[in-house]
Write a protein that binds this ligand. Structure first.
Ligand SMILES: Nc1nc2c(c(=O)[nH]1)N[C@H]1C(S)=C(S)[C@@H](COP(=O)(O)O)O[C@H]1N2
Ligand SMILES: [Mo]
Length: 325
């Protein structure tokens, strides 16, 4: 496998880089401590913060009625909408779990276009509502496991990424797909800070992107995605840590070389490119053996590939999962 060099504009001077690392280290240490002591639960209850979040918005049109529902054997209950929509990671909107739900309304979700670029037959700009009409929507109930060792179960609405890859007609040279999030500080105010390089970028190998589980969500709980959950279009790859699921995607770029992805660039030892959920590969600063399911008291054991080995393990056969974490 070949690895791309980071573009030079993203190489930060040593001092800035060090202080950002230090800052992120403290931010993450705080969130995991808060999680360990259950302080997150007061955030979730919505009490003491004024109004509780609104119920999920109704489906905006008949195009939004799911044609199928699939949960890949999952029988665990879904995490309540209130928690899914108020306990979020969206660094462009702020670093604490509550900031995204306070500011998510700033994202202007319509009209929304998606640019398809790179190693494709023809570069395209497509309108999101046209994609929804053309593909139809499916419901997928998936576990989501954050690298910080908390998890949820979320009923998403969307379409398989494979459908969009086929529509894009990648050339025979394309081996990866890069997914780029919105970059616009008027909608994402924390982009004024340099906690991460913007835009947020994620990526998949093409065979991962066309796996039937890889999904692009436009909604959850039957309605449109709340801004904080990555409206109007976000990636869901349930066998990987949550940070792979780029939010508010504006561009899909097909590439020959492995894309330079945000967290992997900032801290490669801590956040691998693959980021497959694996209880046997600890994060350098904490164990990944178990997790806190939001809304439950007992911790749960973390499952290899987040419980989806049956569908995805063959993508990594012969690969050293410690070296390629
Ligand atoms: N653009 C962008 N996408 C992002 C993030 C982010 O900060 N910016 N955070 C990631 C992380 S760490 C997680 S765990 C999930 C959280 O998704 P949720 O808030 O919808 O549960 O989004 C991921 N996608
Ligand atoms: Mo995460």
């Amino acid at each position: 496998m070949r690895f791309a060099e980071p573009p030079s504009r993203e190489i930060t001077p040593e001092g800035v880089y060090r202080s950002r690392r230090e800052f992120l280290r403290r931010a993450l240490a705080f969130t995991s401590t808060a999680a360990a002591f259950g302080t997150g639960l007061t955030v979730l209850s919505g009490r003491g913060r004024g109004e509780p979040p609104a119920p999920p918005a109704p489906a905006p049109s008949p195009d939004w009625v799911p044609r199928s529902r699939e949960s890949f054997g999952l029988t665990e209950p879904s995490t309540p909408f209130e928690a899914v929509s108020t306990y979020n990671n969206y660094y462009e909107l702020g670093l604490d779990k509550g900031a995204p739900s306070r500011l998510g309304h700033l994202i202007r979700t319509r009209p929304w276009t998606l640019r398809i670029s790179g190693e494709v037959a023809r570069e395209l700009v497509v309108d999101l509502d046209e994609l929804i009409r053309g593909f139809g929507l499916e419901e997928r109930v998936y576990r989501m496991r954050c690298v910080e060792a908390w998890s949820m179960v979320i009923p998403w609405l969307g379409f398989p990424l494979k459908k969009l890859v086929e529509r894009a007609q990648p050339t025979s040279h394309a081996r990866f797909v890069e997914l780029r999030s919105l970059e616009d500080a008027s909608q994402l105010p924390n982009q004024e800070s340099n906690v991460l390089p913007w835009p947020y970028v994620e990526g998949l190998r093409l065979d991962e992107a066309t796996n039937p589980l890889a999904f692009l969500a436009v909604g959850l709980y039957g309605g449109p995605l709340p801004g904080q959950n990555g409206a109007p279009l976000r990636l869901v790859v349930p066998w990987k840590y949550g940070f792979k699921g780029a939010k508010s995607i504006v561009e899909l770029r097909f590439t020959r070389q492995r894309p330079a992805t945000t967290w992997n660039q900032v801290a490669p030892r801590e956040y691998g490119f693959f980021a497959n959920v694996n209880p046997n590969v600890d994060h350098p600063r904490w164990s990944q053996e178990n997790e806190r399911r939001i809304g439950e008291l007992e911790r749960r054991p973390t499952l290899l590939f987040n419980g989806y080995a049956e569908w995805v393990a063959q993508l990594y056969s012969g690969m050293d999962l410690h070296a390629n974490h």
